[in-house]
Design a binder for this molecule. Structure first.
Ligand SMILES: Cc1ncc(C[n+]2csc(CCOP(=O)(O)OP(=O)(O)O)c2C)c(N)n1
Ligand SMILES: [Mg+2]
Length: 538
């Protein structure tokens, strides 16, 4: 028997590519530069697929979209300085929504790390700048450190609250040859719940007469356990924006997604115990102020800091959501069993009442997009994926009115609220789930932030309908100015011919307004061999 080699002699650039491959990375998004050429040589040699965005923000958004639909780490690769700062906004979005994205960047050389050397892309303190945005940013100081730095990054992103990481490799190390430990991936530890905490949580929930559940993005790997706990308790379930679909929206106990609706507040007020699973209960989700959960919140969260934020829990279970819900189910014991057809099953009538109020509100808010949202619902079917931008048609429209039946099927730049998310994240999502119908939904303002990524999608022949709802400017901000009684300033502009713009970038492009035109445009777009820009005047 021959022992596996424990060291190998290679360059920094190749060491990083080998370490990514050892962690199962199959695809990266990036833009090469003078400083990271040897990383590119390594990616090619390691057989890692490389996709070419047109801006580094697009690279990190694509990695984010890929990560959200697959549950895997999304990886992007940039050169130093401005390239990293271009990616930083998208990394901030990933941080805010707890998405594991790894950026591997080139940095200033070890040999001349100081200030004012006049190096190409020199930045005063790049790691310091990124340290304020991501989980951590680390600058390696030897080639031999690279495999462990990559392993640490994957360990960090797989354990606890997943958040983006940056590894900076000084560009002299990228080219330098050294003996390095062979890259290896270790199985990440999963945080198991403490039995005493589970017992305490189960006792409160078992006593509750009118329980409810709020499920965030942190529950998305625990859909089956979530449903079983809801059925066992007879608890209506509301999902957060990032949790949308974790409870299938045709389940008799599901209310829908989005905490901002009045019906959610009323449900919480009417409940005597609320189980909050993997949810921040953040202001960006609630919009109209915090929920009153005093004395009734039982929280399951992988992050102990998050478990006490925005609502003090009576009991918290700090653990992986699937393990915690599974343990809770064991502790609660078998109930009477849940029959989805039984309208008298516990919680079903309460849920029906809350759902009716919820749907009436979200339908009214989305009135002007009814044709579009119905057309999207029909075309997406049960397994489609919506990647929405921070546009009104996203949060007032698709969120409440296009049903989701699976977790990881509604992508939205929730906390950070970054415009320009939909197209690059949609492309990344389609790369992660080529089998699924993926649709990008944007406003006219947001589209222009990352419009260059349409060219990238066309080059890669990615079938992505890009629906652009055009209200001639920054509609949300125009509305907020009007609500203050201010005259509009900086919110109105002439739209380009979006269909022609799409065509000039190598996509298909059409204009669609009626239901029939929308249905036809979407069917063609899903069957196409490239993105299709569908310009929808409002
Ligand atoms: C990067 C970034 N800059 C500015 C904003 C502030 N902002 C929030 S909504 C909005 C208008 C978006 O316009 P559009 O994409 O056309 O969507 P609409 O509001 O018209 O539906 C702006 C400018 C933001 N969210 N993100
Ligand atoms: Mg607009």
């Amino acid at each position: 028997m021959t022992a596996a080699a424990t060291t190998t002699t290679t360059t920094g650039g190749r060491a990083v590519a080998d370490a990514l491959a050892a962690h199962g990375v199959e695809v990266v998004w990036g833009i090469p530069g003078t400083h990271n050429l040897e990383v590119y040589a390594g990616l090619g040699a390691a057989g890692i697929r490389h996709l070419s965005p047109r801006h580094e923000q697009g690279a990190a958004f694509a990695a984010d979209g890929y990560s959200r639909v697959t549950g895997r780490v999304g990886v992007c690769v940039t050169t130093s300085g401005p390239a990293v700062l271009n990616a930083a906004t998208a990394l901030g979005q990933a941080y805010s929504d707890s998405i594991p994205v790894l950026l591997v960047a080139a940095g200033m050389p070890l040999g001349t790390p100081g200030l004012g050397n006049g190096e190409l892309h020199e930045t005063k303190d790049l790691v310091g700048a990124l340290e304020g945005v991501v989980a951590y940013a680390h600058r390696v100081t030897s080639v031999a450190e690279i495999p462990v730095a990559v392993a640490q990054a994957f360990g960090r992103m797989a354990t606890g609250r997943p958040r983006p990481v940056v590894i900076e490799i000084p560009y002299d190390l990228i080219a330098e040859e050294a003996t390095v430990p062979a890259a290896a991936a270790a199985a990440p530890p999963v945080l198991a719940p403490a039995p005493a905490a589970v017992n305490a949580a189960a006792a409160i929930l078992a006593r509750a007469q009118r329980p409810a559940i709020l499920a965030g993005g942190g529950a998305s790997a625990a859909a089956a356990e979530l449903r079983l706990v809801a059925e066992r308790l007879g608890a209506p379930v509301v999902c957060s924006i990032n949790g949308k679909g974790t409870m299938p929206e045709d389940h008799p106990l599901c209310i829908g997604a989005g905490y901002a609706a009045r019906a959610v507040r009323e449900l919480v007020d009417d409940s005597d115990a609320v189980l909050v699973v993997g949810s921040e209960l953040g202001a960006a989700d609630l919009w109209w102020g915090p929920l009153d959960l005093a004395g009734k919140a039982v929280r399951i969260d992988v992050d102990p800091a998050q478990a006490v934020t925005n609502a003090a829990p009576v009991v918290s279970v700090i653990a992986d959501a699937a393990l915690a819900l599974g343990a809770l189910l064991d502790e609660l014991g078998a109930g009477a069993g849940f029959d989805p057809a039984d309208r008298d099953a516990p919680g079903v009538a309460r849920a029906a009442q809350a759902r009716e109020a919820f749907r009436a509100q979200v339908r009214e808010e989305a009135g002007r997009w009814t044709d579009l949202l119905e057309s999207m619902t029909a075309a997406l079917g049960r397994d489609g994926i919506v990647v929405a931008d921070n546009a009104m048609v996203g949060y007032f429209g698709a969120l409440g009115n296009v049903p989701a039946y699976h977790p990881r099927s509604f992508l939205f730049p929730t906390g950070y609220g970054t415009l320009g998310y939909a197209v690059p994240a949609g492309l990344g999502a389609k790369v992660g789930r080529p089998d699924a119908r993926v649709l990008a939904l944007s406003g006219d303002g947001g589209l222009m932030f990352t419009v260059g990524e349409l060219a990238s999608g066309a080059q890669e022949r990615i079938a992505l309908p890009v629906v652009v709802v055009d209200n001639g400017g920054y509609g949300e901000i125009r509305k907020e100015m009007a609500e203050r009684g201010d005259p509009p300033l900086g919110v109105d502009f002439d739209s380009p011919d979006f269909a022609a713009l799409g065509r000039s970038l190598g996509c298909h492009g059409v204009r669609a307004q009626s239901r029939a035109e929308l249905d036809d445009a979407l069917e063609r777009a899903f069957a196409a061999d490239r993105p299709t820009v569908i310009h929808v005047p409002e």
